[in-house]
Design a protein around this ligand. Structure first.
Ligand code: BG6
Length: 489
């Protein structure tokens, strides 16, 4: 690994992801003084503009997005000097000579494909044909890698022809989030937590990723995908792995990945007999979010199928078939156009084996609530004696709070892409998803999709701005439990 001599080439550098995430992330890394002086950056896109035109666009965009406090002219000048803009048509292999002319033989290169996945194969092929790849070249791929197991294999096989697995960086941006990495600290740096992390102490786990956004102009794409493929196959299953995996031998990429893959392979497959009790699908109808009316899924612009049954919400009860988690359900839930934007993991502990306090049951058992976004923090719900003369020994629920979200300046919470780009420069894959993980996740999801098809399982409508279909409440209430935040949270 030599992070000093690496050049990063962003394909799709004028696109949405680059503008919203990658280029601002590079600015922040520069501002933090973490971008080695020797790193060069190239942005590749079709538009016939010069580097100067690109820099005008980027400066304007960054100034619009950043607060005055965040803007630094010195940082901008330093960053701007690194950039070259290369106007190229990616589908035309002859154009790759432009890139070839920019590369220098003694330097390592990383290619970030912020492009539609359908181009991963042809771009890799053209890079190879133009002599732009050697044994050290890295490639960074955005999700989705395929839309099921077999198509993901095709993508992985194609890219593997030109890049070795140790040089392929598959992004799941949730792994770049500070609070997701903090799960490792919470679990493995705290004996108190780690010693209570199994089926003897934990009753169940909830992972909720609730979004207020809809499908953001991607109707046609999203309709082929749905929330299971868009969110569960990657982000929610990665969160589940971070909660459930055994302590890795170290934080080396191979060690972490080996533990995650064991969890993915231990997930019980949900077949047609179990599917109705183990999962719920929903689709949003018109409603209100923060006081504004929003359209239903099939009223969104770009809709080409008024009868679409694609799910925009999914709740699943998953089981991990191993020693630590036997008998502990993991309830996963995610949806678009819900009441609030929030990602949280709730670890619900078992009750004390014997109730000495008459009201212990009433205040519920301990819960550890890990808020990943927004208001990042960790909260432990504890039972405590009520400070009163009136009652002798009655209980109330009190909270131990650890907040991360009110930090500023040096301690600002970095965006996921800042961390991920830094790791690409360093050549460390610990926050990237291996081929095996992708394939194991797809196997589990494919099985569930087949079960839905076999049972012709219903897609329940829910109002935008709600917490999803009422059937999702039933999914957990049937087991005598409830979603955190609803009914008692
Ligand atoms: C993306 C999905 O991977 O993650 C989007 O394709 C989703 O549909 C987004 O909205 C959510 O990311 P975050 O970081 O805003 O929770």
């Amino acid at each position: 690994m030599n992070e000093q001599n690496i050049d990063l080439v962003i394909f799709g550098g004028l696109g949405d992801l680059a503008g919203r995430k990658l280029l601002p992330a590079l600015y922040q890394i520069e501002r933090a003084g973490l971008l080695s002086d020797r790193i060069r950056l190239a942005v590749v896109a079709r538009e016939p503009i010069e580097t100067k035109g690109f820099l005008d666009y980027l400066e304007k965009r960054l100034r619009e997005d950043l607060s005055d406090d965040d803007w630094s002219t010195v940082t901008w000048q330093k960053l701007a000097r690194r950039f070259s803009y290369l106007s190229m048509d990616f589908s035309n292999k002859k154009h790759f000579s432009v890139l070839q002319g920019w590369l220098t033989p003694d330097r390592m290169v990383g290619y970030y494909l912020a492009t539609p996945p359908s181009l991963f194969g042809s771009i890799s092929q053209h890079l190879n044909a133009a002599g732009c790849i050697d044994g050290s070249s890295r490639i960074v791929l955005e999700k989705p890698i395929g839309h099921d197991l077999s198509s993901s294999k095709v993508v992985n096989d194609t890219v593997a022809r030109y890049f070795s697995e140790r040089n392929i960086y598959r992004i799941d941006h949730y792994l770049g989030k500070e609070t997701v990495q903090n799960l490792l600290a919470l679990r493995f740096a705290n004996r108190l937590i780690n010693s209570q992390w199994d089926n003897t102490c934990i009753d169940h786990v909830q992972i909720t990723v609730s979004e207020t956004v809809g499908i953001e102009g991607r109707w046609e794409y999203y309709d082929q995908v749905g929330q299971l493929r868009d969110m569960v196959q990657n982000h929610l299953l990665q969160l589940l792995c971070m909660v459930a995996m055994e302590p890795p031998n170290s934080f080396e990429a191979d060690e972490i990945r080996a533990e995650k893959i064991k969890i993915l392979r231990a997930l019980t497959l949900i077949d047609a007999d179990a599917v109705e009790h183990s999962s719920v699908r929903g689709q949003y109808a018109a409603g209100w979010i923060t006081g504004n009316p929003v359209m239903g899924y099939t009223e969104e612009s770009g809709c080409t199928d008024l009868g679409s049954s694609t799910e925009t919400f999914v709740a699943v009860k998953a089981h991990i078939d191993n020693w630590r988690w036997s008998g502990v359900p993991f309830y996963l839930r995610t949806g678009k156009r819900l009441a609030e934007k929030s990602t949280q993991i709730v670890i619900a502990y078992k009750n004390q084996p014997h109730a000495i306090f008459p009201d212990r049951q009433a205040i519920g058992s301990n819960r550890l609530v890990i808020r990943l976004q927004p208001n990042e923090g960790i909260q432990l719900e504890m039972a405590s004696k009520k400070q009163t003369l009136k009652d002798r020994l009655s209980l109330e629920k009190r909270l131990l709070n650890l907040d991360f979200f009110d930090t500023k300046g040096e301690d600002r919470i970095p965006d996921a892409y800042e961390r991920l780009l830094l790791e690409v420069f360093k050549g460390d894959q610990w926050l990237f998803v291996s081929r095996e993980e992708i394939e194991a996740s797809w196997s589990w999801c494919d099985h569930l999709i087949t079960a839905w098809q076999e049972k012709a399982s219903k897609v329940h409508r829910y109002s935008a701005g709600s917490t999803g279909p009422s059937k999702a409440e039933l999914l957990i209430e049937r087991d005598g439990r409830s979603w955190f935040g609803e009914s008692e949270g």
